[in-house]
Each structure stands twice: as structure tokens, then as C-alpha cells.
Ligand binder design. Sequence first.
Ligand code: KG4
Ligand code: ZN
Length: 336
Amino acid sequence: MDTCKVLAVETSCDETAIAIVENGKRVLANKVLSQIEIHKVFGGVVPEVASRHHLEGILPLVEEALEEANCTLDEIECIAVTNGPGLVGALLVGVSVAKSLAYGLNKPLVPVNHLAGHIYACFLDNPVEFPLVALIVSGGHTDLIYMDKHLSFEIMGQTRDDAAGEAFDKIARAMGLGYPGGPVVDKRAQKGDASAIGFPRVFLEKGSFDFSFSGLKSAVLNFLHNSEQRQEAINVDDVCASFQQAVVDVLVDKTIECAKFKGVDNVIIAGGVSANSGLRKSIEKRCNEEGLNLFRPSLSLCTDNAAMIATVGYYLYKAGVRADLELNAYASMPLG
Ligand code: KG4
Ligand code: ZN
């Protein structure tokens, strides 16, 4: 069988990542150099600091990935790179390295949308079938997407303000739980009572698949502020559990509604927030009740990585998509 090894580069936010994947499926290397500890000090990602660390870490990571995959640059068939959406300075580092590799090795260059990458993380360890509805929940995005075949993306809904992960990060910050907030809130929520505080669920107008989390975020911030003013003790576990349940209820409801609206049998959840234990449990239960097949990436593939970019890169490459050396890093880019 013909083998096609794709080397992928991902630097859209605070993870420097290089992967080598064979035929869009077999992960030979998946190296992620996380900058979380660096940005923790600032309570969030500082774009300029992220770019500098990508620059420092990326070339040794290419070497490590090749070593782990036990392959040489000659064996690589094409270079895939995330060119948006993301932090433009951070993207620029990855795009420059990918362009240099493609030019120096005379190999094709394939541009990949980061969000498509999150969806395709599911394809790495699941027998995903079309048509499907995908919920992408990350630090920067909350999107519902319909796909009837590979590389065909119809955006059904998007957040009108904060992304789900952003809301997790902001309320965690307000409670001094550190950065990134999602994993900590998730852990604390498991010890709390989800019905302790009645935070709002915003469903927007009937039939809309859009999301809005800024009202919920403000409700949590107001609750914290008012409790402080009244000198009432705050049960952090209960706040986390009640907030998380409010987010999960909306995410799950809209995803199931969207799947029904499109008449699909398959549902994907992807992106950093898809690692959330409450979301994973709740969507699994609802999909079972509704007779829908649910596909989730393994936990390590939920957050940013380059294996997911290599997988999309493989399908794009096979479809003949190529970028030239004029390829730019765009802060936002349409899906597809
Ligand atoms: O997909 P990702 O790694 O980067 C972006 O493309 O944004 O997602 C990062 C986001 C952060 O907001 C982080 O707090 C959130 O995913 N996250 C979680 C969990 N793990 C990561 N949110 C809720 N529960 C989790 N277990
Ligand atoms: Zn991401």
C-alpha cells in the first residue's frame, strides 16, 4: 500500500506542535511543547511571548518528531501548516518554518484551518461516518458545523460573544484558580453541587444554533462580587459545578437539536473544552437516548496538537490543495 507521510506544524496559540502522521491515520510522532507554565504568570496567553517561545522551540521539535517517527525529511511527502485562525504573530512562526521546509525540501505545502484540525482529531482514533454534526468548543471558538463529506463544512452556529473555553478561563481567573481555567473548574465541579446556584442558560431565539456565554460569565462574576460584598463565604466547588452545568446544558441541547435538524446519525465533539468530564458524560447520555453515534477525540487530542493538522493536511493534499510560498498567516480564516 502507498504510504503518505505528512509533517504538520501547529503554532496558533500557546502550544508549539509538530507531528508526523501516515495516511491521515497512523500517528508516528506527535510532539507538543506547551507554554502553559510560561503564560500562567500572566493569567492568560501573551501573544508576543507566545511567538518568541514558538521561535525558540520549533526547530528542535522538528528534529525530535523525526527521531520519534524514525524517518528522514526525504520520506515526508508534504508539509501541512495551520495558517489560521489564531494569534497572528504565533501563526507566523509556524507558517515561516513550514514554508522554509517546503522550499528547502521541494515538497508541497498545504494550508490547514485550525478548526478543521479540531474536528479531524476525532478521525484519528474513531471510525467516524458522514453526514455528521460537529461541536467545536475551544478557548477561541464555539461552533456547530455540518459535514456531509470530507472537507465540506457548513457553519450552523457560532458564539456571538465569548467562546465556551474563554468563559471557563475568565471565571477561573476571577476565583483565583489559575490559567487555563477549564481543567481546574472541571476538577472542582466534580466535588460541587450543580444545582446550588441557578445560573442562566442562554438559548437565544428559537431555531438559532448560535451561542452566547457572556451573560453567564457576568452572572458568575456578579454572584462572586455580591457574595464578597455581603461577606458571605463562597463555595468554589458549587460555583464551578453550577457554572459548568449551565454551559454543558446549552452545548448539549443545541448540538442534539442541530443533529436532529440536519437528520444526521453522527455527532462529534472536539476542541479543548471537549475534554470536560461533565460535557463528555452529558452528551454521551443524550446521544444514547436519541440513538446518535458520538465520536470524541482521546483526551490528549482534544487540546491543540499537530497530529490533527496532519490529518486534515492529508485529505487536503489528496484533494489537490496546495499553497505557494506567498502563504500568509491570517488571524481569522473561513473554514474549508
Ligand atoms: O482547543 P484548545 O487547546 O485551544 C484553542 O484552540 O483555543 O482549547 C483551550 C481551551 C481553554 O479555554 C481551556 O480552559 C479549555 O480549552 N479546556 C477545558 C478543559 N480542558 C481544557 N475546559 C473545560 N474543561 C476541561 N477539562
Ligand atoms: Zn485549538
